[in-house]
Design a protein around this ligand. Structure first.
Ligand code: ZN
Length: 151
């Protein structure tokens, strides 16, 4: 990491962990998923409202934990809100690649989320960064399985 990147990384992480965006709960109907990362003590409670086409109409979260887990959740809600199912899935896959596989050319659509790519050198931190995203993945699965059963 060059110094500029490191500084920007710290600023963004601190900003989002101190003032998380979309923090709170959603009224039903919404999918609720709880996730935790015992190795660090992070917790997330994610609420997602999906539209008829599986698009992400709204999402909010509450949680406690380290700066990375909370910042990743905050950045995630900003990026996923209003996204189609296809775009949300693509975002999930891209972000997973960035923090685990070491993609050098992170897709531009990830925006500030690309900054979290620095965690890939620290396996414990990868779990922190992925916590919210694993919860979102589970929410998507629950939403689509719920759909199948009513059709
Ligand atoms: Zn953590």
């Amino acid at each position: 990491m060059n110094p500029d990147f490191e500084e920007l990384y710290q600023q963004v992480i601190l900003d989002h962990s101190k003032r998380p965006r979309n923090f709170g709960a959603l009224e039903d109907p919404a999918v609720h998923v709880d996730g935790d990362n015992p190795s660090c003590g992070d917790e997330i409670h994610l609420h997602v409202r999906f539209g008829d086409e599986g698009q992400v109409e709204d999402l909010r979260f509450t949680g406690v934990g380290c700066a990375i887990s909370q910042a990743s959740a905050s950045l995630m809600t900003l990026k996923l809100k209003g996204k189609s199912k296809k775009d949300a899935l693509e975002m999930l896959t891209s972000f997973t690649d960035v923090v685990t596989a070491g993609e050098h050319e992170a897709p531009k659509m990830l925006g500030d989320l690309r900054l979290l790519g620095g965690v890939r050198k620290f396996p414990q931190r990868v779990k922190c960064a992925m916590l919210a995203w694993r919860a979102f993945e589970q929410a998507m699965q629950e939403a689509s399985s719920g759909k199948i059963s009513t059709e």
